[in-house]
Design a protein around this ligand. Structure first.
Ligand code: NDP
Length: 324
């Protein structure tokens, strides 16, 4: 069997998750990791190369999984690499996804490549579930809850405050509200009231805790409007309790199929490792990218465009027999 040849671009949490996750897929093999840093400095046993040498691998890789950050890496690396490779990425700047799609699609079509953009769980599996839930229950109400889990973006934002040595930010959903929704009650939902934020901070020696706490709570776009608790802890406690990256959440729809019949759809994820799970989704979509390119169905796509059978290593016939 010809294995699907995968390259990883960017070796952070997600890149490491893809490296580990590929071991679960006998139909795929890792050709190499491509980083902007000196490959010798990366803590890996896999072949690693400088990303500027990636064009040497043009004919040796079927799909590149782009694992860079959404803020600055993917908007640059995506359009540059789709010229030469099929790609999958977990771009998660929700508001900019249509613009990113419009950038990737013409380049992918022109160069006969497939770009699967914005995979992962949100955007990704949550988006797909929102679509199905709304399509099936048009007369209803949707709710998204995130957590309890570490938000990397919020943790990073706190780490940038002067006087902060380490920080972890947990997003915590309102479980009472969730239980009411699942019991069929109507609730007044908005994202800010439905979640609280817990921040654990290790301070630099000379830092002023009152000033740091004020700066966290008044940070626009991140904390303003949220009920936020700040706890100052020791470096030892931080290392022991706050180094893993759990996350999860749920997408729920309450909908009426007639005046008296309520249906509730509840899709939930509970993840001990956010990056490993996100990587697992990206790997399945790398298989989809490969199959689409074999069928010469070029261009950019999101999870909303790809039929589920493309994700599987089984044939459609086997899937019909085993799963329908
Ligand atoms: P990281 O910050 O760990 O890595 C981003 C990039 O930074 C890496 O690709 C790497 O590039 C570089 N890097 C990593 N570690 C170091 C280091 N020690 N020193 C210098 N550079 C480093 O981000 P994550 O892997 O956690 O996340 C990547 C993206 O995934 C996020 O930006 C997020 O948008 C997205 N994501 C999407 C989800 C979804 O559901 N759609 C869920 C979770 C994340 P290089 O090797 O080239 O230096």
């Amino acid at each position: 069997m010809n294995k699907i040849k995968i390259g990883i671009v960017g070796y952070g949490n997600l890149g490491q998750g893809v490296e580990v996750g590929l071991k679960n897929h006998p139909d795929m093999e890792l050709v190499g990791i491509f980083s902007r840093r000196d490959p010798k400095t990366l803590d890996t046993q896999s072949p690693a190369y400088l990303v500027q040498d990636i064009l040497d691998f043009k004919d040796k890789i079927d799909v590149l999984i782009l694992c860079g950050g959404s803020k600055t890496d993917i908007p640059k690396q995506g359009p540059a690499l789709i010229e030469h490779f099929n790609t999958v990425d977990a771009y998660d700047t929700h508001a900019e996804i249509p613009e990113y799609f419009n950038k990737m699609n013409p380049i992918a079509e022109k160069n006969q490549k497939v770009a699967v953009i914005a995979t992962g769980w949100d955007p990704g599996l949550f988006s797909m579930n929102r679509l199905m839930q709304e399509a099936i229950l048009p007369n209803g109400q949707s709710y998204t809850f995130w957590g309890r889990g570490v938000s990397q973006g919020h943790s990073d934002a706190v780490r940038r405050i002067k006087g902060v040595k380490e920080a972890a930010q947990y997003t915590v959903p309102d479980e009472m509200m969730i239980n009411k929704i699942l019991a069929g009650e109507t609730v007044d939902y908005n994202q800010k009231d439905a979640h609280t934020r817990e921040v654990y901070v290790v301070l630099e020696e000379d830092a002023n805790p009152t000033k740091v706490e004020k700066e966290i709570k008044e940070m626009p776009n991140y904390f303003v409007g949220y009920q936020t608790g700040v706890s100052f802890i020791s470096e030892e406690e931080f290392k022991a309790e706050h180094q893993s990256m759990p996350h999860g959440g749920r997408v729920i729809r309450q909908g009426k199929t007639s005046k008296d019949a309520l249906s509730i759809i509840d899709f939930s994820l509970s993840l001990e490792s956010n990056p490993e799970f996100t990587a697992a989704v990206n790997i399945a979509y790398a298989r989809a990218a490969y199959k689409l390119s074999q069928e010469e169905k070029y261009g950019a796509r999101t999870v909303l465009d790809i039929a589920p059978h493309y994700l599987s290593s089984k044939s459609r016939e086997d899937l019909m027999r085993d799963l329908l």
